[in-house]
Design a protein around this ligand. Sequence first.
Ligand SMILES: [Zn+2]
Length: 66
Amino acid sequence: MRVFKEPNLSNGWKCPICGTDKEGEIVLVGVIYTEDGNNMEAEQIHLSCINLLYDKPSGVLYQRVV
Ligand SMILES: [Zn+2]
């Protein structure tokens, strides 16, 4: 994942995990089912809000976002 120093706040963004627009490093995470050719929608998420779990049997990394 590519890390950016600050979020892009131009469209009223709020982190989907913490619900804030606080400053800090963010990563762009691809949104599943939005693939269109080589393009995919991506969501900015604070790096510090990410706490992934590894489902080893299925080979999937995930985190529940409420
Ligand atoms: Zn956050």
